[in-house]
Ligand binder design. Sequence first.
Ligand code: TXA
Ligand code: MG
Length: 373
Amino acid sequence: DPQIIFKDAIIPEGLKIAAQILKEGKSVVGMPTETVYGLGGNALQAESAQAIFIAKGRPSDNPLIVHVSSLSMLSSLLPTPEALPTVYEDIIRRFWPGPLTILVPKSALIPEVVTGGHDTVAVRFPSHPVARALISLAGVPVAAPSANTSGRPSPTTAQHVFHDLNGKIPCILDSGSCDVGLESTVLDALRSPPVILRPGGVTHEQLMEFFPDIRVYRRSDFTESEAKQLEECPTTPGMKYRHYSPTASVILFDPITASHPKPMELFEAALVKELKSRLLLPELPSRISVMTTMGTLSEASSSRIRSLTKRHSIEVTIECLDAVAHDLFAKLRDLDAPENKVDVAFIQGTSELDLGSAVMNRLRKAATTIIDL
Ligand code: TXA
Ligand code: MG
């Protein structure tokens, strides 16, 4: 089947066709959300959910997020309509629709392939008007991981989806670039204290107003047995598999503890040191890129880098945290574009504040090497 991209997804035709595909429950569609583009399938039909894993090349033990367009649809995913744990009531009121995914006990109607055989299901009510319209029109909950080939940076435009999945899916609804640019926050409040399994569009700081003792999952902050339990149960992204990786090698300069941004000079010094040590290597990368997230490189550093590398280098600057989040995946994909074909990207990390925690989570997983600043 030829792939159709519906340019303006609001046009009723694209929505109608995509909703029909979801209703039939055999195939999948590319759909915009406020976080990243999703690859949507019918969450109640194993065949459709299976098609998601096949199109993405996704490992089958990595469970999917189920998207709803109403609270009654959420109820239909629970063991009984009234079974929503009270711990979620206030945060649903505050953050839905929006980039927050919650773990809830699951109904027996949800096929195993969706939840990786676990007794909880991850649910999210997206705010994107096209996503909401599509789910309501289809009249079924929609399982949707990010619409990229497994392991690649997530897609934030319809063109990214087309690049990865052309020929593998029947249609894509194109609604321009995604607002947030990073995936939803995955919250497990069935545990006490609650744990953020994946930092995302709703921040740790925002959730702390509801759960003062909430923790963000980072392996180093958890005991061996807690980590084992969390990683074994449904694998939260990147805990088990490689994620978000461009073909270019990514060298991340990590400000580690930085609740206040470390100065630009520290990054510049570490970068120059790293480049110098690489000059000693027999095989030099021919095309490099330097991506800063806390301002621009000084003129002095720029010319230093140019003279050190004596070869092609591209400088990319993204400054405010919202813009870093919004542009991150697109910039990672740009590294591999035919006009760039970057071999090694040197990327300055951000602080861990607000969206910075989600940005750093993705960058650490994309990185081949991490240099602590
Ligand atoms: O922003 C988003 O959440 C995007 C858009 C399309 O909505 N979707 C997305 O889905 O990122 P995906 O499949 O890439 O992320 C699903 C992740 C899993 O890797 C897992 O970490 C977590 O959600 N998850 C799903 N079900 C779970 C469960 N039952 N227990 C624990 N974690 C679960
Ligand atoms: Mg993903």
